[in-house]
Design a protein around this ligand. Structure first.
Ligand SMILES: NC(=O)C1=CN([C@@H]2O[C@H](COP(=O)(O)OP(=O)(O)OC[C@H]3O[C@@H](n4cnc5c(N)ncnc54)[C@H](OP(=O)(O)O)[C@@H]3O)[C@@H](O)[C@H]2O)C=CC1
Ligand SMILES: CC(=O)[C@@H](O)[C@H](O)COP(=O)(O)O
Ligand SMILES: [Mn+2]
Length: 384
């Protein structure tokens, strides 16, 4: 019997999720890459093109497109660039599924375009749902496409909901590692350096999400992501610190029963699950050895210490364009921290400032979301 080949586009192919997606593809013989989009790492992209043979590739700008054209002049690959290029990769006609692994709000436009073009989405890019979930989720329904979560917690929730009824969910138990500063005092947080914040205890990820994990803003974004993906209000999404990162999340049902998904921390599992759902395929993940693990521990998050998490719940409660204000402020503040232009505790300070200064809009459309983003950047520039 012939295996059916699934054709996919990967947006953000040179990043942490992108390269792990390609690793999943490499280990299977029934997925074909038809389009790849990256930002600035064109050497890595060239190697991917030579290995996976996409028909279309996109890079961040025209200059990079020209450089890439020279280095792959021997190949027949269409090269595009910018937001238009990213969107072209997302709607590439042959692609059935689009893996959204770019970082930040730049994922909104290509994700919407992909849905309108009838593609299923394997969604890693959480910022898109945080800011535009109210547009994306109804659109997915209208176009009858599936959104498969890639984020480890949301994949765990998705797996825990298999065969269950939505009406019987009591609450979502969203696990968090607590990051490298889980046991720091507020005083100690004042002196956090970039290098310290980039040391995640359990996961190797891109720089932006690694900082987000350390501030627990990542968990706040994930509360909102869960709200949209599973149609459960934020006040029924409880964050639980589980420092070993082996319980990837849980769902509690109305009878008090709890379903959980466990495994060693390896993003290839949720990526592969999203690409093959409802099937499971063999994968060489490190198997959990409970004897070796010894114990799994739990902690309540300290909302005062991790102010960004408290602000995310507030943004979720307010809704409208406030989650966008939080997300945009965080994107810029994290970039400034990584550039050593602000201190660590200025990240939540900036988020709070922008949330307070943002003019509320109910049910914002894409233009208003992007306008809110720009206003957030201007507010930060004028003060910091
Ligand atoms: N890493 C992880 O384990 C997890 C990540 N996520 C989410 O997945 C998303 C990706 O995260 P991660 O892989 O860590 O991030 P990375 O920073 O590692 O990768 C980001 C990708 O986006 C690309 N990119 C950047 N700018 C542009 C641009 N202008 N146009 C096109 N592509 C661009 C980068 O290209 P280049 O490098 O070539 O510039 C890179 O391929 C984020 O939303 C994150 O929150 C969710 C759960 C886990
Ligand atoms: C791998 C993954 O899904 C990340 O989002 C992870 O959750 C980060 O860990 P934290 O729990 O520290 O935010
Ligand atoms: Mn996660």
């Amino acid at each position: 019997m012939e295996t059916e080949v699934k054709k996919i586009s990967v947006l953000g192919s040179t990043g942490s999720i992108g390269t792990q997606t390609l690793d999943v593809v490499r280990r299977n013989n029934d997925i074909e890459i038809v389009a790849l989009a990256a930002g600035r790492r064109i050497k890595e992209l060239e190697a991917q093109i030579r290995e996976f043979g996409p028909k279309l590739v996109s890079v961040a700008d025209e200059q990079l497109a020209k450089e890439l054209a020279v280095s792959i002049a021997d190949l027949d690959v269409k090269i595009v660039y910018g937001m238009e290029g990213l969107t072209e990769a997302a709607v590439y006609p042959e692609a059935q599924t689009v893996v959204t692994a770019v970082v930040g709000m730049m994922g909104i436009v290509p994700t919407i375009a992909a849905i309108k073009a009838g593609k299923d989405i394997a969604l890693a890019n959480k910022e898109t749902l945080v800011t535009a979930g109210h547009i994306i989720m109804p659109l997915a329904k209208e176009y009858n496409i599936n959104i498969y979560p890639v984020d480890s917690e949301h994949s765990a929730i998705f797996q825990s909901l298999n065969g269950e009824y939505h009406a019987e969910i009591d609450k979502i138990l969203l696990t968090a590692s607590g990051g490298p500063f889980r046991n720091y005092t507020k005083e100690q947080l004042k002196n956090v350096k970039v290098e310290d914040a980039l040391k995640h205890p359990n996961w190797a990820m891109g720089r932006k999400i690694t900082i987000d994990s350390s501030t627990m803003v990542n968990k706040g974004l994930e509360v909102m992501e869960a709200q949209w993906l599973f149609n459960v209000p934020a006040d029924r999404v409880q964050v639980i610190i589980q420092p070993q990162s082996v319980i990837h999340s849980m769902v509690q049902f109305v009878d008090g029963g709890i379903m959980a998904q466990l495994g060693s921390p390896d993003m290839r599992l949720p990526i592969q699950y999203a690409l093959y759902y409802p099937h499971r395929k063999p994968l060489d993940t490190k198997r959990l050895d409970f004897y070796e693990l010894g114990q799994i521990t739990f902690q309540k998050p300290d909302f005062d210490k991790f102010r960004g998490l408290a602000l995310a719940y507030e943004a979720a409660r307010k809704g409208g364009n406030i989650p966008t204000a939080l997300n945009a402020a965080n994107e810029m503040a994290v970039a400034m921290f990584l550039d050593r232009r602000i201190s660590y505790l200025q990240i939540p300070e900036i988020i709070e400032y922008v949330m307070n200064e943002t003019h509320y809009t109910d049910n914002p459309d894409v233009d208003r979301i992007l306008e809110t983003e720009q206003t957030a950047y201007e507010l930060i520039r004028s003060r910091y």
